[in-house]
Design a protein around this ligand. Structure first.
Ligand code: PLP
Length: 372
């Protein structure tokens, strides 16, 4: 275990100081764009940086439309409502995820059901999805959406999930909060489902301070996403007319200014993160006490966070204590949704793989090593 900590210190060129899990890097035009934004006085919900950031993201991801929002959680809530989720509906998602996925379902008025993950991708298992639908597909509650999550930047089996959902006419909203820069067979994550959502929280591959992006495959739905996340205002030079009870989830121009500068550095950041991942992969290749979780076949991952699996929970806990005591920040995966007090009463399918993963996984420092 000590050798892992030594290796991480070498990888980051930090013999003694604290190594965070994933710190943002601001080495581009961030300050210039922020100053420009302040000088323009357009710091709030209207401004050129928002449009520029959306256009850059649309081009980068290949989505038909990209809509900048205040954060990934609100983006997911909006996306669920946009695909038709109503009060009391069921939404199928996975037990192994960050709590925001389940919270977004709840905020949309729906009831999350927690399904198991695949052991290799960590994302929703298509087999678990099919099994649940075969058992419950004709229940009394409407199944209004499915939200698979691309965990840690690795693609889940999104094609199979979309195919199954299509059979049952269930719209798919991809939680791609951790997936900016990741693709499956050349297609960016978040563009397989009807809608997908990215996050730019401070710990993500790039950040806008706080922020999110709704990706739409379809121009029309993307247009509706823009309209509904911006108070559903009917364009007019001076009148305040709104045509739906909508939301104010717009990303402020200040955050988008930061986003534009970060996007200009995205390729460089991704290249360094992939180099970090390659170094971890090589280092763990020969070990039998822990296994590196690599991207599944066909997935070009952003390697948001690099993960290793220990043999058992005891060894994992020992490593968490040792590394954090020594100033190397490591973290377990999240407590399963089914084990959180507010979601313990919700249906789950036993989550056998998710439980094994949650007990044994550790996330290692994975930020880009680019220095200002
Ligand atoms: C899987 C997942 N879903 C949703 C979110 C929510 O994003 P945000 O923090 O931007 O609200 C995050 C990240 O924070 C996440 O990791």
């Amino acid at each position: 275990m000590e050798s892992v900590i030594r290796f991480i210190r070498e990888l980051y060129g930090e013999p003694e100081s604290f190594i965070p899990l994933h710190a943002p890097v601001f080495t581009g035009r961030e300050k210039e764009y922020l100053a420009d934004c302040i000088d323009s006085t357009f710091v709030s919900s209207v401004g050129e940086y928002v449009t520029r950031f959306e256009d850059m993201t649309r081009e980068f991801t290949g989505a038909a439309r990209a809509v900048a929002v205040v954060n990934g959680t609100c983006g997911l809530t909006a996306a669920l409502k946009l695909v038709g989720v109503n009060q009391g509906d069921l939404v199928l998602t996975q037990g192994l995820t960050f709590v925001a996925t389940a919270n977004a379902v709840t905020a949309a008025g729906a009831v999350p059901v927690f399904l198991d993950s695949d052991s290799d991708t960590l994302g929703m298992s298509p087999d678990a999805l099919r099994a649940w639908l075969e058992r419950h597909g004709n229940g009394s509650r409407r199944i209004a959406a499915c939200v698979p999550v691309h965990i840690l930047g690795h693609a889940c089996r999104i094609r199979e999930i979309c195919e199954i959902c299509e059979e049952y006419s269930i719209p798919v909203v991809e939680d791609a909060a951790e997936g900016l820069g990741s693709s499956l067979d050349g297609r960016h994550l978040g563009t397989f489902g009807k809608l997908g959502v990215l996050s730019y929280n401070g710990n993500k591959t790039i950040t806008t301070g706080g922020g999110g992006m709704i990706l739409a495959r379809d121009e029309e739905l993307g247009g509706l996403a823009k309209h509904m996340t911006a108070t559903a205002k009917v364009p007019h030079r001076w009148e305040f007319r709104h045509d739906a009870a909508a939301w104010n989830y717009r990303m402020p121009n200040l955050n988008a200014a930061l986003g534009c500068a970060q996007m200009e550095k995205l390729d460089e950041i991704l290249a360094d993160k992939r180099a970090v991942a390659a170094a971890y992969r090589d280092f763990f290749a020969g070990r039998d006490d822990m296994a590196y979780v690599d991207a599944p076949e066909g997935c070009l991952s952003n390697y948001w966070l690099n993960t290793v699996l220990f043999k058992d929970k005891e060894a994992r806990e020992e490593f968490l204590k040792l590394s954090n005591d020594q100033g190397v920040m490591t973290r377990p995966l999240w407590t399963l949704m089914a084990e959180l007090p507010m979601y313990a009463c919700h249906e789950n399918d036993g989550l056998a793989n998710a439980r094994r993963l949650a007990d044994r996984a550790v996330n290692l420092p994975s930020g880009p090593r680019i220095k200002a």
